[in-house]
Design a protein around this ligand. Sequence first.
Ligand code: SF4
Length: 86
Amino acid sequence: MAGIGTYPEWQVRGACRGSFALDFFPPPAGERRDEQRRREGRTKTICANCAVAGECLDYALALRDVHGIWGGISESERRELMGLST
Ligand code: SF4
């Protein structure tokens, strides 16, 4: 996903560029668990077909970014990977 500031080169090749991008983060007003599951399912399908999924996940893990879907991995899954409490 696109971050704020300087963008790594691989981001221009991300399958999420464009109108899909908003789905990669929870809505500001929050969402029910079933809505979250559907949203994450949609985004993970996009990530599964992304040429830069590995770079994307590595980037998020290096930044320890716990917001949004990166590399097909959800916030809670990434927290677990990073050894953070959920
Ligand atoms: S892996 Fe997913 S979040 Fe990352 S650039 Fe690709 S489509 Fe976007």
